[in-house]
Write a protein that binds this ligand. Structure first.
Ligand SMILES: Nc1ncnc2c1ncn2[C@@H]1O[C@H](COP(=O)(O)OP(=O)(O)OP(=O)(O)O)[C@@H](O)[C@H]1O
Ligand SMILES: [Mg+2]
Length: 283
C-alpha cells in the first residue's frame, strides 16, 4: 500500500467525497453560441453517500459530473474530491467512471478490461489477476472472464464496466446514465447489484439518471436540477434505510418519494421547495 493509499483511506469518513462550491460553467463564452450550462452550483457528497442528479435533458447533469471528474474545468468556483483539488484527484485516480455505453475494449478479454485501471496504477500481474477475479465475482461474471466484450449481452457489458470502475477500489464512483440502455428487468437487477456493491465497499457515488424510481431506489439524496441556466432547485432526502431490495419498490415510502421528486421536477425551478416563487434574480 502506498503512502497515498494510506492518506486516502484515513481521510475516508472524515472528508467529504465531493465538495462543489459556487461552480458555474459557461461554454463558448462571449460568442453567439454561449451556453450557461451551470450557474452557482453548490453540492457536498459525504463519504459513503449515494447522490443522484436528475433533471430534464440539457440541464447540465453530465457537465457537473465531468467537472467533478476534472474532464473539464469550471468557469467559476471550486471542486474538491476527497479533500483534494479535482485535478489532483484525477491524477491520483480517486474515482472510477461508468457511462451509458459500457466503453469496453473489444480486443481485450473481460478480465483484461477490468485490469486496465490497475495496469495504469502499476499493479503487478498477480495482484491485478486477483483483484479482477474478485470484481468479476462481485458482478457475477466470473464465468465470462475470458470472453470478449462483444460476446456478452448489453447488461453483462455494463456489469463489466462497473467492475472496471470499481476495480481499484476508488473511494468515489461517477456514473452517467449507466443503465439507460438496459431493459427494465435487467435495469432493476443492476440497481440492486450496485446498491449492494456500494454498501459492501463503502463507495461514494454521484449518479446521473432520467429515471425517478431509479434515483429514489439508489440514493440517500436526490438532487433535482433545472435547465437554462442549469442549477440545483431541490435536494430530497430518501430516508428509506440502506437495506433496499425488491420489496422496497412496493413500499408506500418509496411511492411517496417518487411523488416528491416528480413534483420537484414539475416545479421546474419556478418555485422553491417551500412553494415560494423564486425572485427574478434567482433564475
Ligand atoms: N462541450 C460543450 N460545448 C458546448 N456546449 C456544451 C458542451 N457540453 C455541454 N454543453 C451544453 O451544456 C448544456 C448542458 O449539457 P449536459 O450534457 O450537461 O446536459 P445533461 O443534463 O447531461 O443532458 P442529458 O440529460 O440530455 O444528457 C447543454 O445546453 C449543452 O448544449
Ligand atoms: Mg447527460
Amino acid at each position: 500500500m502506498s503512502v497515498a493509499d494510506v492518506v486516502t483511506s484515513d481521510a475516508r469518513g472524515a472528508t467529504p467525497a465531493v465538495t462543489v462550491d459556487a461552480v458555474s460553467k459557461v461554454f463558448n463564452a462571449g460568442t453567439a453560441n454561449q451556453v450557461d450550462a451551470l450557474v452557482d452550483v453548490a453540492l457536498d457528497v459525504d463519504a459513503g453517500e449515494f447522490v443522484s442528479l436528475i433533471g430534464p435533458s440539457g440541464c447540465g447533469k453530465s457537465t457537473l459530473l465531468r467537472l467533478i471528474a476534472n474532464l473539464i474545468e469550471p468557469s467559476a468556483g471550486t471542486i474538491h474530491v476527497n479533500g483534494k483539488t479535482a485535478a489532483r484527484a484525477r491524477l491520483d485516480q480517486e474515482y472510477g467512471m461508468a457511462f451509458q455505453q459500457a466503453g469496453l475494449f473489444d480486443w481485450r478479454t473481460v478480465t483484461k478490461n477490468v485490469e486496465l485501471p490497475l495496469e495504469l496504477k502499476g499493479w503487478d500481474k498477480q495482484r491485478r489477476a486477483a483483484r479482477s477475479r474478485e470484481m468479476l465475482e462481485l458482478v457475477k461474471l466470473d464465468d465470462f472472464a475470458n470472453h470478449r466484450p462483444w460476446q456478452l449481452s448489453g447488461g453483462m457489458q455494463q456489469r463489466v464496466a462497473i467492475a472496471r470502475a470499481l476495480a481499484a477500489h476508488p473511494p468515489l464512483l461517477l456514473m452517467d446514465e449507466p443503465f439507460g440502455a438496459l431493459d427494465e428487468m435487467t435495469r432493476e437487477h443492476m440497481q440492486a447489484e450496485l446498491a449492494r456493491i456500494c454498501n459492501e465497499t463503502g463507495t461514494s457515488v454521484v449518479f446521473v439518471t432520467h429515471s425517478i424510481p431509479e434515483a429514489v431506489y439508489l440514493s440517500d439524496r436526490v438532487v433535482v436540477m433545472s435547465p437554462r441556466p442549469g442549477r440545483i432547485t431541490d435536494v430530497i432526502d430518501v430516508d428509506l434505510g440502506r437495506d433496499r431490495d425488491d420489496d422496497t419498490r412496493e413500499e408506500d415510502g418509496f411511492y411517496k418519494k417518487i411523488t416528491e421528486v416528480r413534483e420537484a421536477l414539475r416545479r421546474g425551478g419556478h418555485e422553491t421547495t417551500s412553494g415560494e416563487p423564486l425572485g427574478v434574480d434567482d433564475r
